[in-house]
Design a protein around this ligand. Structure first.
Ligand code: ADP
Length: 479
């Protein structure tokens, strides 16, 4: 099959979260299965600076944007996996420091930026050879593409993947002229939602098929608690919605071959893990210790349960427990965490920023990874943590529920510590369970071995997507 992926992130060239890792891995896994896959992204500054073999093509595409008629030159390059990437060059939109806006903020012209990108995607698809039959679209930035395909009766099938329902691309109705769609599309049956344009809703209504990134999250988002207002819209279309778990790319995320780690280790020879723990301590200015080391590696947003972490800091610090946080995001959470680090400088260290090498060192050196997420569509960090032998302590939701099994002390089985209610006491109790296992080295070792042997391969995910593509090509549009 011939597939064109459209998205705004691609590791390592443009990344703010897990979406980038999916775009790096899934096309490559599909190609291994014999399909032809290309990607299209905006030519963000970071991509311009880092993508190898990037060059302009002769192709210039023009799309109306309200009263304007802007053009974009298409560039072309290849990822380090040799996946062909097309880039939409529009300097005034995409040549900026951040992808979406400074931490905690959105650029004021995001409607123009991503409506324009969405308009270019189907135009480009007509020029790509071999011609794609399926446009596989990711998150709200590409949400208008299924609408444009349907409205223009274009010869593509659309699959839209929701990586996070909380980000919807909602803009006031005054921006509707920027879509250049007929006025009746701004209605409850169309792309309007509570008097706003809602790009995610647009994709949910107009795409031929919908997926999200774990089976549990596919169920959860149809309920008011997790539906972010769109539960009803999704429930009405559950016949075309399924959940496919993301994989972990073990060629990049495995302590046996991670080039960014100072020392390698494996499930059968885990000694270097201890040395990595000492290195983490040194890096944050502590004397190495044998006490349990917790880490949090995350965007700092309400989704990630940061308030719960702030509330249980005393529980973590008991028995000399230590915490290292790596993250960036909401300035309010950044400040609160930095305040803790100032107050408890011997046991809490906070590094604000996006730092992949340090993330990997933490995954290698910590004993436990904290993920108290209020919701988690899939979560990749816990998949990596499992492989690095860092046991996740996580809320039982979304992909966390689908990928972690809670430690059962009687059976001696499990790969992490799950808690259910999104409250500090439940999280603190999970931390206590983790510390109890830590105090019992044979159990702790057994658990770590089980965690490191888990397999969440992209091959399995790619096979599941392939089935959906096949059904899309075999049948009529679902909606
Ligand atoms: P999300 O997509 O919601 O951000 P995931 O767990 O799916 O969450 O993916 C997050 C990815 O980003 C992981 O690869 C994680 O290691 C990485 N990451 C998150 N924050 C940071 C940071 N501050 N520095 C380096 N890597 C980070």
């Amino acid at each position: 099959m011939n597939l064109l992926f459209a998205a705004t992130e691609l590791s390592p060239y443009a990344k703010t979260g897990g979406l980038a890792d999916v775009l790096a891995a899934l096309p490559a896994a599909l190609r291994r299965r014999g399909h032809s896959v290309a990607c299209v992204l905006p030519l963000f500054r970071s991509i311009r600076e880092t993508l190898p073999d990037l060059r302009p093509t002769d192709l210039v595409l023009t799309a109306p944007l309200g009263a304007g008629l802007p053009s974009a030159r298409i560039w072309e390059g290849h990822t380090d996996r040799d996946i062909r990437v097309f880039l939409v060059e529009k300097e005034e939109f995409f040549d900026r420091t951040y992808l979406y806006g400074p931490p905690g903020k959105d650029y004021a012209d995001n409607a123009s930026r991503f409506f324009f990108f969405s308009k270019i995607v189907p135009l480009l698809a007509r020029h790509v050879r071999p011609t794609p039959e399926i446009l596989h679209l990711h998150d709200w930035h590409t949400g208008l593409v299924p609408v444009l395909v349907r409205a223009g009766r274009l010869p593509f099938r659309t699959l839209f993947t929701i990586h996070n329902l909380a980000y919807q691309g909602s803009f006031w109705g005054l921006d509707f002229p920027l879509t250049n769609l007929p006025p009746d599309y701004f209605s409850p049956a169309g792309i309007e939602f509570h008097e706003h344009i809602n790009c995610l809703k647009a994709a949910i209504v107009f795409s031929d098929r919908l997926t999200t990134v774990s089976p549990r999250y596919a169920q959860e988002i149809q309920t008011p608690e997790f539906g972010c207002g769109l539960a009803e819209v999704l429930r009405e279309r559950k016949y075309k919605l399924s959940g496919i778990l993301n994989g972990a790319d073990y060629s990049r995320w495995d302590p046996r071959n991670d080039p960014l780690l100072p020392m390698r280790y494996s499930a059968s020879e885990p000694d270097a893990k201890r040395l990595s723990k000492d290195l983490v301590a040194k890096q944050v200015g502590w004397v190495p210790s044998g006490a349990p080391l917790f880490c949090l590696i995350s965007r700092l947003t309400a989704q990630k349960g940061i308030p719960l972490l702030l509330e249980i800091i005393d529980e973590i610090r008991k028995e000399d427990g230590r915490l290292v946080v790596l993250g960036e995001g909401d300035p309010h959470w950044q400040e609160s965490l930095l305040g803790l680090a100032r107050e408890f400088s011997n046991s809490v260290a906070v590094h604000i920023g996006f730092d992949e090498a340090f993330a990997r060192l933490l995954l290698a050196g910590a004993d436990f990874l904290l993920m108290p997420s209020l919701f988690e569509p899939c979560g990749l960090t816990q998949l990596y943590a499992l492989r690095y032998g860092t046991l996740p302590i996580a809320r039982e939701t979304g992909g966390l529920a689908d990928t972690i099994t809670s430690w059962d002390p009687v059976a001696g089985q499990g790969t992490g510590f799950l808690f259910q209610a999104p409250v500090a006491s439940a999280f603190a109790e999970a931390v206590q369970r983790a510390k109890a296992v830590y105090r019992d080295p044979p159990s702790f070792r057994a658990m770590r071995q089980q965690a490191m042997r888990q397999e969440f391969s992209w091959e399995r995910s790619a096979a599941a997507y392939e089935e959906i593509y096949q059904r899309l090509l075999g049948g009529a549009a679902a909606d």
